[in-house]
Each structure stands twice: as C-alpha cells, then as structure tokens.
Ligand binder design. Structure first.
Ligand SMILES: NC(=O)c1ccc[n+]([C@@H]2O[C@H](COP(=O)([O-])OP(=O)(O)OC[C@H]3O[C@@H](n4cnc5c(N)ncnc54)[C@H](OP(=O)(O)O)[C@@H]3O)[C@@H](O)[C@H]2O)c1
Length: 276
C-alpha cells in the first residue's frame, strides 16, 4: 500500500509520496514538518474532488484521505464508486458535468454535509474519444462542431458553474483554493504543436481563461490551472509518462502548498509554472 495513513487527530505528517517541491508563495519545502507548522498548513482540510471515481481524481482522494483530510468525492454514479467508497471519504456526492440540473443541485447537497470547504479540485474531464469520436481525427478541418460545444461545456463551463455554486462555502473556508484541471494542450504553445483534438484543446484553453478571470475578479480565493502531466489513466493511456500515484502525489503536494499569493498561475503537477 503506497500511501499509508499518517493522520494523527487533526494533524498529519508527510507521507512518502511528498516530493519536497516548493511553493512560489512561501518557498518552503513541504517535506519539512517544522516549516509546515510555521505556515499553518498542517491542519485537516475540507476538499472536494470532482471525477473521484477513477484516474487522477481517485488517487488524489486516496492520498488526501490517507493524510487525514476530509475529502468529498463528486461522481456520476455514487453506487458504482466502489474504489472511492473503500478509501473512506467524508462524503460521496452525485454530480454529472453534462447535466445542468445536477450541477445546480450539487452545492445544496454539499452544504448539507459541511458549512465550509477549503479546496475544490475541478478534476473531472473528457476528450473527444468519450463523445464517440477518434480524437486523433479531430483537427479544425475535421471535427463536428457540436463536439467542440459539448466538450467545452463539460470541461470548462461546468467547472465554472460548480465553482460559482460553492463559492460561498469556499469563502467560509481556510486559505481557500480552486484547482482547475487544465492540460498542456490548453496552452497556446503546446496546443499548436499537438493539433489533433481541437475540442479538447479549446476546452482546456477555456479552463485557463476562466481561471485567470476568476483570479482577477475574486481576491478571496486562490485559483490555479493545473497541467497534471501525461498520466497513465484511461484518458492518458498506458503510453503516458507518469504513473498515477507519482502524478497524484506531486499534485497533492503542490495543492497543499498553494496560498492566495499563487492565484492566477498555470502550474504543472510539480508546482512549477507552465507556459500559457
Ligand atoms: N491523464 C492525462 O494524461 C491527462 C493529461 C492532461 C490533463 N488531464 C486532465 O486530468 C483530469 C483527470 O483525467 P484522468 O486522466 O484521471 O481521466 P480519466 O481516468 O478518464 O477519469 C475521468 C474522470 O472524469 C469523470 N467524468 C467524466 N465525465 C464526467 C461527467 N460528465 N460528469 C462527472 N464526471 C465525469 C469520470 O467519471 P466516470 O468514472 O463516471 O466516467 C472520471 O472520474 C481531466 O480533466 C483531464 O482532462 C489528464
């Protein structure tokens, strides 16, 4: 079991997955418990993760639960989320990013379980493969325009609306952070060099824009866009570079070091800046 429980009461000590990457805001290595204490990041955090049924979201949930945090997993099918159930989350909530009614009712359901949250990880996402296309054949000259609209709705607008719905819970939280899962493919630089799925690239570029606009219009919450790496999930495929625990562990480490001083950044899994 790679991520043993390390929680002791409302505090936790770093597990073996913590890489020691540095926060731009604080410049401290989070593997050092003494410095954690000095910046007040050792207490249990209330963390919502969408798409916590599998892949990166599930692994982040497992790690954070193992560290003693209260994780609320948002999934399309709570009864089928057996791996998440086994991890012992504080709550499992139903959320379908393709269904506006589901998004509208999500914040109310969450508010029945907690009066504040400290972190929202908008992780759930799809590619054009998930909409029945071959994403390798979805460049601007080939793609069905409805795919671009559907994918932008699910990958970008739905996270924006989820955030809008829970912003009151976040503002009641401690050092609140919204991590919007983007992709290197949402970068103008990288997307131009990998132009095969315009629906995905456009949707993640929209995530990036929503993140910086959220940061400039709400100064109470830290908003960051994340490239999680190319990861061996159902989406990333076995050809990817990073193992799921490796990527999720680094993302968790970066996430827990974020403060309002980081707002508006586009970061990689390891906390370093990604080019826009
Ligand atoms: N893997 C990579 O290499 C990579 C690279 C860059 C960015 N990303 C981004 O990282 C995030 C996680 O990716 P992953 O690799 O972990 O993907 P994954 O293994 O395919 O998992 C996708 C997750 O999103 C959920 N989801 C999909 N459609 C949904 C909907 N309509 N409503 C609610 N949940 C929905 C899935 O739930 P179900 O189980 O119900 O289907 C699942 O939990 C995504 O935003 C992705 O774009 C991944």
């Amino acid at each position: 079991m790679p991520y043993p429980k390390t929680a002791v009461g409302s505090t936790f000590v770093p597990g073996p997955q913590l890489s020691g990457s540095r926060s731009r805001a604080t410049g401290f290595a989070r593997t050092d418990p003494a410095t954690w204490a000095s910046v007040g990041v050792m207490s249990e955090r209330r963390i919502v993760i969408t798409g916590a049924s599998r892949g990166i979201g599930l692994e982040m949930a497992r790690i954070l639960i193992g560290q003693g945090h209260a994780v609320y997993g948002a999934v399309r099918n709570p009864d089928g989320a057996t791996d998440l159930q086994a991890a012992g989350p504080a709550g499992i909530l139903k959320l379908d990013l393709a269904d506006r009614d589901s998004i509208d009712s999500f914040s109310g359901a969450l508010a029945q379980q907690t009066d504040a949250i400290d972190v929202l990880v908008n992780n759930a996402g799809i590619t054009s493969n998930d909409l029945g296309a071959n994403r390798r054949e979805c460049n601007p000259w080939q793609i069905d325009p409805d795919l671009v609209l559907q994918e932008t709705n699910i990958n970008a607008l739905s996270p924006m609306l989820i955030t809008r719905g829970v912003i009151g819970l976040l503002e009641a939280g401690d050092n609140p952070v919204v991590m919007n899962t983007s992709s290197q493919l949402g970068s103008m630089v990288v997307g131009a060099a990998m132009p095969f799925d315009v629906a995905y690239n456009v949707s993640k570029a929209a995530v990036n824009m929503i993140t910086v606009m959220s940061a400039s219009t709400n100064k109470n919450v830290c908003f960051v866009a994340l490239h999680p790496g190319w990861v061996k999930t159902d989406m990333g495929t076995d050809a990817a570079e990073l193992e799921v625990p490796e990527a999720a562990g680094a993302i968790v480490d970066s996430l827990l070091g974020l403060t309002i001083a980081d707002t508006g950044r586009f970061i990689r899994w390891d906390g370093t800046d990604h080019p826009w």
